[in-house]
Design a protein around this ligand. Structure first.
Ligand SMILES: [Zn+2]
Length: 417
């Protein structure tokens, strides 16, 4: 599948290392098929990577210092990163992130998320009692425009895992067109005697993300089914959900969706809110370098023939990861994240979407609060056209200018050590 990349141009791009990677690929493989799109993806990844190198080196230095304090002079390897990231978190905050997970009872989170989304987009969700569904756990909701009371669509919510059910969280478009119908599948554990029905914070973020896809589907008003619902460019599809994810880290929203499981009148504390945000932004340059490594690997293996995955990673690893070699005797490609698996040559699009989501959030929601006026503009200018307009046209119309990478870089470099 060839992606239609947004017509977005980078500025001040230093392609020195990019040239090295491409030259290396030409030497290393029989062929490297770089189309204009392929080159643009390399250019994008290299640009982001180069802008974050200084900070990533500083972050790596901090982790190396931690290891030196604990283990003396033994060399720092890629296998040390996760452990020392956790140690850095423990030293920075007294908050136990495991305790934060006791503040998110699933029903409280869901009603809070509905309230935030409804206030922001001018939508109302009504549960349809006794709706006929394929399982007693499944609920059906109707979605209405708050001001005109126009019916916009429906969505099914299938929240709990059960035997035989599809095993991931996702949104499926059941019906496109004038009355869209979506299905939101989650994999939460159902409340029972041995389980108070709590969500981990990562599940809260994931639920918000998927609800973003539901809203995206329901608010789409493209004339043709081909361009309606979630039928938008893969580069663009994640942007609305990634914009919404930001509110999972804003204290006003966290207070709405949280409550200690033994006394739900007690929401998360201010310290917990700032800890969650710090953890998201901390060591972000180093974490992103790892993601870029996956994207480059994905792009090269899908642009060449006869690839030896292990040899390729051996060469790419130290180039991207600040000199850290691949762990000898392993094949990291066998356990890449889901962003890199099943998205052939499209792994980069996750970062690409994040760039635009950061630009939207920073320029339109500087104070971190949902603004119903902006929310309605987002609904009408970004969600309503769906795939019927070029993504860059949609974004430029909403932002009032061409999109830029700067907000993303600023966010990644915000949490200086
Ligand atoms: Zn998504």
């Amino acid at each position: 599948m060839r992606l239609r990349v947004l017509g977005f141009r980078l500025r001040h791009c230093d392609t020195t290392s990019l040239d090295i990677i491409i030259a290396f690929s030409y030497c290393f493989f029989d062929s490297l098929y770089l189309t204009g799109v392929g080159y643009q993806v390399f250019e994008f990844l290299e640009h982001i990577s180069a802008r974050l190198t200084d900070l990533a080196a500083k972050e790596l230095g901090a982790l190396k210092d931690l290891k030196k304090n604990e283990e003396g002079d033994s060399p720092f390897g890629i296998e040390d990163i996760l452990y020392y990231l956790k140690r850095a978190e423990e030293q920075k905050f007294c908050v136990d992130f495991g305790d934060i997970n006791k503040y998110f009872p699933v029903n409280l989170v869901l009603s809070g998320l509905f309230k935030i989304i409804q206030d922001f987009f001018g939508l109302r969700f009504d549960i349809i009692p006794n709706a006929e569904t394929w399982h007693s756990d499944v609920q059906l909701f109707s979605a209405w425009d708050l001001s005109s009371s126009e019916l916009l669509g429906y969505f099914y919510l299938d929240m709990y895992s059960r035997e035989g059910k599809y095993g991931h969280a996702c949104v499926l478009a059941l019906q496109n067109g004038s009355i869209p119908v979506a299905l939101l599948i989650c994999q939460f554990r159902k409340e029972a005697d041995d389980n108070p029905g709590l969500l981990r914070f990562s599940e809260v973020v994931n639920l918000f993300h998927e609800l973003g896809h539901v809203v995206q589907h329901i608010c789409n008003r493209a004339s043709y089914a081909r361009f309606s619902g979630l039928s938008v460019d893969p580069d663009f599809r994640e942007i609305p959900s990634q914009v919404l994810e930001n509110w999972c880290y804003e204290s006003f929203a966290l207070k709405i969706i949280s409550g200690f499981h033994q006394d739900i009148t007690k929401p998360v504390t201010d310290e917990m809110c700032s800890s969650l945000k710090w953890r998201r932004d901390s060591f972000s340059a180093l974490k992103l370098k790892q993601e870029i490594l996956h994207c480059l690997f994905d792009q090269i293996v899908h642009s060449t023939e006869n690839v030896d995955a292990v040899e390729l990673l051996k060469h790419l690893h130290p180039k991207v990861m600040l000199g850290i070699p691949m762990l000898e005797g392993t094949n990291p490609a066998s356990c890449f994240s889901h962003y890199a698996i099943g998205h052939e040559a499209a792994c980069y699009s996750h970062i690409w979407s994040e760039v635009f989501a950061a630009d939207i959030f920073t320029s339109k929601f500087q104070d971190g609060l949902p603004n119903p006026y902006i929310g309605l503009q987002f609904r009408t200018k970004v969600l309503a056209p769906g795939g019927s307009k070029e993504p860059v046209e949609i974004l430029s119309d909403f932002l009032g200018r061409e999109p830029s990478v700067e907000a993303y870089i600023a966010r990644k470099t915000r949490n200086n050590l």
